[in-house]
Design a protein. Structure first.
Length: 208
């Protein structure tokens, strides 16, 4: 009996040490996994500020009036009623409604919030899938109007695709692609392509 008891104690001690080691290892793993998650967080610049080295930011507050300087990476605007200035961005995604923004040079702008107004000098692509989008600018690589009631006033657009209806577009030049699939759109331009290559809608007005 005593011999069996003496042999049992060391085994129990070994199990306790092994369990403690596993527990410590588990804690270390959880800590190492948490670090990348924290690093992935983006700053909320609803109150304005500067982007550093193309960082990603978010503007989440309703009625915010941010002025964002520097070169941003991706900018997500989830707040509604935002009025501000984003100088440079690789991409801008707007899900809030009634947003008005100024900009100098943007990459892609994706709009799913209604009644968004943009005044951006240089824009690589605008993809609007919400009603009431308005763009004023100098040069745009591609403009896709996927919803109704859009307005565009710009110097040069390389690619213009109108899938929505009742848009009003005033341009100096449409240079590469021109397609219209919606109805009741009014397009006025003075150089480049002389007519849309595709027009599957009705009641569209073209002035060249």
């Amino acid at each position: 009996m005593n011999q069996r008891h003496r042999n049992f104690l060391p085994v129990t001690g070994g199990l306790i040490l092994a369990a403690a080691a596993l527990l410590l290892a588990g804690c270390g793993g959880a800590e190492s996994e948490a670090k990348p998650e924290a690093a992935a967080q983006v700053r909320d610049l609803s109150n304005g500020g500067s982007c550093t080295d193309g960082e990603d930011i978010i503007i989440a507050a309703n009625e915010a009036t941010p002025v964002i300087e520097g070169a941003c990476g991706s900018v997500k605007i989830t707040g509604s009623g935002v009025r501000g200035n984003i100088a440079q961005a690789d991409s801008v995604e707007i899900t809030g409604s009634q947003v008005t923004l100024l900009g100098t040079q943007w990459g892609n702008a994706q709009i799913t919030g209604e009644d968004v107004t943009l005044n951006v000098d240089e824009l690589e692509k605008l993809d609007s899938q919400a009603k009431g989008t308005h763009l004023t600018g100098k040069n745009a690589g591609e403009v896709v109007l996927g919803a109704d009631g859009a307005g565009v006033n710009a110097d040069v657009v390389k690619v213009l695709k109108i899938d929505g209806s009742n848009a009003t577009v005033l341009l100096d030049e449409i240079s590469e692609v021109f397609e219209v699939h919606g109805n009741g759109n009014t397009i006025n331009w003075s150089s480049g392509l002389e007519a849309p290559s595709v027009d599957t809608g009705t009641g569209n007005t073209y002035t060249f």
